[in-house]
Design a protein around this ligand. Structure first.
Ligand code: UDP
Ligand code: MN
Length: 244
């Protein structure tokens, strides 16, 4: 059987949340052998997300953990606790017998279907380009003779792994076999989440380049515009409550 793709999506309540999850579900429901791990940044699993997932028709796991307020400042890494909660879930609910690949799928990015077929045969850790990130049209691992030898990036080229969260996947057995590998809060500089995590589980020379030796963009670091709700009524509200 094909390896199962476990996509870990941190998500939080805001006006565009259901629209983002709808875009993602429309993509993910077309991917065979796919398991969606959705982790809400919330002290409860909300009704909106619970009901959305139950109607999605996909295999999923719905988790939640609230980011402490002191970590919610600008410049601080986002969704650290949510990604770690998903890793813990995998470590306690999957075993040596399970064949799979783990991927971090933020809720606002754009994913091609081809990306999932590229990452599916990942043996250790695989990498590929990401579009619209680092102040450039794309960022990519530089590949020579089938090995990653450097990074084409517009931002902090000194990072040990100059790659976005959407630019790599990890074999499930690597996740299970390095039980202490987690995303760091303490001691982690902004933008170093990926490097701090990857250096716990792999080496640059061992990375498996995908997407035609990292020459094709199959995922985009899109960001959704903040919605203008300036005309929401303060007094004469609508006569019914509608979920958006
Ligand atoms: N996120 C979250 N809590 C927050 C902010 C973001 O769970 O307070 C999630 C968000 O839904 C997304 C991921 O963390 O899946 C990355 O956030 P964002 O897209 O805002 O980061 P950026 O695109 O700037 O890296
Ligand atoms: Mn984003």
């Amino acid at each position: 059987a094909l390896p199962v793709i476990y996509a870990i999506t941190p998500t939080y309540n805001r006006p565009v949340q259901k629209a983002e999850l709808t875009r993602l579900a429309n993509t993910f429901c077309q991917v065979p052998r796919f398991h969606w791990i959705v982790v809400e940044d919330s002290s409860v699993r909300t009704e909106l997300v619970a009901s959305f997932l139950s109607h999605s028709g996909m295999p999923y796991t719905h988790l939640n953990i609230f980011t402490p307020r002191r970590f919610k400042r600008t410049g601080m890494p986002r969704a650290t606790e949510q990604r770690n909660t998903a890793l813990s879930w995998l470590r306690s609910h999957r075993s040596r017998k399970d064949v799979g690949v783990v991927f971090f799928a933020d809720d606002d990015n754009t994913y091609s279907l081809e990306l999932f077929e590229e990452m599916r045969p990942t043996r250790g850790v695989s990498v590929w380009p990401v579009g619209l990130v680092s102040g450039r049209r794309y960022e990519r691992p530089i590949v020579e003779k089938g090995k990653v030898v450097g990074w084409y990036t517009g931002w902090r080229p000194d990072r040990p792994f100059a790659i976005d969260m959407a630019g790599f996947a990890v074999n499930l057995q690597v996740v299970l076999g390095s039980p202490r590998a987690l995303f760091k809060r303490r001691g982690s500089q902004p933008g170093m989440q990926e490097s701090d995590f990857l250096k716990q589980i792999t080496k640059v020379g061992d990375l498996e380049p995908k997407a035609n030796n990292c020459t094709r963009v199959l995922v985009w670091h899109t960001r959704t515009e903040k919605v203008n709700l300036g005309n929401e009524p303060k007094h004469r509200q609508d006569s019914m409550v509608i979920e958006v």
